[in-house]
Design a protein around this ligand. Structure first.
Ligand code: ZN
Length: 569
């Protein structure tokens, strides 16, 4: 430091003290929340909390909507609105093109196999056999993993939790909890710890990436057999049937009928050792209640938010997604589920208030994606909504003609894993064909099929030869050259695949249409004043806003904007 700099520095310090600037900075530090509580409700479309608000109690959604900063026009800006994609976007503030989680599964060209987003054979589960999923019929992505191991290694950028850990020299406690492994692992990031629920073991589990052995409190929590209290009980309506919007529509033909769970209330869970017991729990409010119990135990035993270092806890509630897939968002089951989720949230906020204080807790609630209405339901309103069957595409006459033109007799489509169509690259190379040319020709053929709105070739994306439309931008936000398929397929609004590995479900999300991109983004607690904002914002804005609130640098891949309404308090 030169002499004049030294004196300037001293002068600055003196001025700051006189003007009280250091005091202001100190106050800013004190205002940092003790806890950032990030809640993600799987498949909570933006309109759903408000739809039933009149019949919700105090302290849950009402607390968020009445006391919080509510962004009422928030959307995911990527096209493939699936669980891992949305969670990782919320965690990193990056688009899937950058964070790399382009789908729940993708085709790994190296191994020639489908890869599940959080699988990692290097880090086995701490409980052996916990991934042999008795209940995977409702969540076939569970079956996509080739190994029991799990880690966040395939997330290519940092999460907010990572930045908080780095900023505090590892003193911040960072945790992610969810029924779903991907709902926990994505949010915990690389530096945090994740716990999820094994339907097979009926326990909360983790992998060797996080721990060598379970913490003592997790072992005792599991020993108490947390799911058992639901054995031989049923999911029942909590209010008189006549008070529900869908009270007279319990049995709708598109609802999935799983015996003995059934399509109408009460839905029996069966005995604890019965087939599908834990699956049935997750497709009822019980799944969220199990998550709440574990989150409370974690807050208590890990002393979350107990000191002045900001901690981070992510809780991802999965029941709304399972119930939505099975019965549709406009069903008595979904309505009852949201009324019960409201109570679960109220219980969580009560607990956090008691342990940390809501004034010292910054809450943010959002969703990994929205969800559509069931096609047969939409038909009643005049829409020609249908289910789509991509497995028949290659047999269509136009496709046959195209293959003939290229001199191909073998299968040209290697794999269709929505939304990506993977071509048989080896065959194309063998025949000396141009990949770009085949991609373009196949894409041109695909858009002729009923229900297909758009088919975009990866070469066109890589070369930037696309019209600059909102839809194309959302597809481009999903494009990662290593993981994306050769062609991105967008179905017409309200057209879906409903075949999930042989199981017909009521609805599937995953489109760039507004019903799938529309999610709530609500900040509350930490002295925030109520506000409702209708400006369009995106889910990539959440993580950089948390960074600004905690004073960390933004996550490495984020291009989201800080939501200033949350910081002005
Ligand atoms: Zn989801």
């Amino acid at each position: 430091m030169t002499k004049s700099n030294y004196w300037n520095g001293l002068l600055l310090i003196a001025c700051s003290v006189i003007l009280g600037l250091t005091a202001t900075e100190a106050r800013a530090d004190q205002e940092r929340p003790n806890l950032i509580l990030q809640i993600t409700v799987d498949q909570l479309r933006g309109d759903l909390p408000g739809r039933y608000i009149d019949r919700m109690g105090e302290g849950g959604f009402r607390y968020l909507l009445d006391k919080g900063v509510v962004f009422a026009n928030a959307h995911h800006a990527h096209a493939n609105t699936e669980t891992i994609v949305g969670h990782t976007t919320l965690a990193t503030g990056a688009h899937p093109a950058v964070h790399g989680m382009v789908g729940n599964v993708w085709f790994d060209r190296g191994s020639g196999e489908m890869t599940y987003n959080v699988e990692d054979e290097r880090y086995g589960l701490l409980t052996q056999g916990a991934d042999v999923d008795k209940g995977s019929e409702i969540d076939p992505t569970q079956k996509m993993a080739r190994t029991d191991g799990r880690s966040p290694a395939m997330i290519l950028v940092s999460t907010f939790g990572d930045e908080l850990a780095i900023h505090t020299a590892g003193k911040a406690k960072v945790f992610g909890v969810s029924i779903k492994d991907r709902g926990a692992i994505s949010m915990a990031g690389h530096a945090g710890k994740a716990f999820w629920f094994s339907k097979a073991a009926q326990q909360w589990i983790t992998s060797k990436f996080y721990y060598e052995d379970y913490p003592e409190w997790v072992t005792s929590f599991n020993k108490a057999d947390p799911a058992k209290r639901f054995a031989d009980t049923a999911w029942e309506l909590s209010h008189d049937r006549s008070t529900y919007l869908f009270g007279d529509r319990d049995d709708q033909e598109w609802e999935t009928n799983m015996e003995p769970y059934g399509r109408v209330f009460p839905h029996p869970f069966g005995p604890a050792d019965g087939k599908g017991f834990t699956t049935f729990l997750t497709l009822s409010p019980a799944g969220d209640e199990l998550t709440l119990d574990f989150a409370k135990a974690l807050i208590e035993n890990e002393s979350i938010g107990a000191d002045t270092v900001t901690d981070y806890l992510s809780v991802s509630f999965s029941s709304t997604d399972y119930v939505g897939h099975t019965f549709g968002p406009s069903s008595l089951e979904s309505e009852e589920n949201l009324l019960r989720l409201d109570r679960t949230l109220a219980a969580l906020f009560d607990y956090v208030d008691e342990k940390v204080g809501l004034d010292h807790t910054l809450i943010v609630l959002s969703a990994d994606h929205g969800g559509p209405e069931a096609p047969p339901d939409l038909q009643q309103y005049g829409f020609e909504s249908q289910y789509v069957r991509p497995d028949t595409w290659e047999k269509e006459a136009g496709f046959e003609a195209l293959k003939k033109r290229f001199g191909i007799a073998e299968p040209l489509i290697r794999q269709y894993s929505h939304p990506y169509l993977y071509l048989n690259r080896e065959l194309i190379a063998e025949k000396g064909l141009s990949l770009a040319e085949v991609e373009e020709a196949v894409a041109a053929e695909l858009v002729k099929f009923e229900g297909v709105a758009l088919a975009v070739s990866s070469t066109a994306m890589a070369e930037g030869r696309l019209p600059d439309t909102p839809l194309m931008r959302s597809v481009l936000n999903n494009y990662n050259p290593r993981r994306s398929g050769e062609i991105y397929v967008v179905f017409q609004p309200n057209w879906f695949i409903n075949d999930f590995d042989g199981l017909a479900v009521a609805v599937t999300h995953g489109s760039p249409w507004r019903y799938d991109t529309f999610v709530p983004v609500i900040f509350a607690g930490a002295g925030l004043e109520p506000q409702k904002i209708y400006r369009e914002i995106h889910t990539v804005d959440v993580a950089p806003t948390l960074s600004a609130a905690a004073g960390t640098k933004p996550p490495s891949g984020t291009r989201g904007k800080v939501l200033v309404e949350v910081l002005d308090r």
